[in-house]
Design a protein. Structure first.
Length: 146
């Protein structure tokens, strides 16, 4: 009973905030510009990965970055992949977690809207390389491509 009462209060508060936003005639772009960082949309389709593979690529010691600029929408999209050369399933998953984290830290703050970023893990390097080095490499590449 208490949980449903709290849920109703939260929904009511959220509804009132939404009504305030709608009554002030703010546009969707104004509302989204109020948020601090853009959220990464994740690439899931094979065709998106293949399109990025045909575009520019940059090699760093811990990863390969492929950048495809489509400019059709205002989203920053991201994908990561690791082949079996990286290692067993545990190593591949660890490598992908590290790639996702550096993408979250770098691409959300300095990624260009309308661009797809694909990070590819490299054999044995993605797991062993220091995290700060990978972060610095990705930041340098993204800033260079702007």
């Amino acid at each position: 009973m208490v949980e449903s009462h709290l849920a109703r209060k939260c929904l009511k508060r959220l509804f009132m905030k939404l009504m305030d936003l709608l009554s002030t005639k703010t546009s969707v772009t104004e509302v989204t510009s109020l948020t601090s960082k853009p959220r990464l949309k994740i690439l899931r389709k094979r065709s998106d990965f293949l399109r990025a593979a045909r575009s520019k690529s940059f090699v760093a010691p811990g990863f390969i970055l492929q950048i495809y600029s489509h400019k059709s929408d205002h989203l920053v999209r991201f994908g990561c992949t690791c082949s079996k050369k990286v290692g067993n399933a545990v190593a591949r998953n660890r490598a992908k977690r590290r790639l996702r984290e550096i993408a979250r830290l770098v691409i959300t703050e300095s990624g260009e809207a309308g661009t797809d970023y694909v990070l590819i893990g490299r054999a044995r390097e993605t797991v062993k390389l220091p995290f700060d080095k990978m972060l610095k490499d990705l930041r340098a590449i993204v800033v260079k491509t702007l």
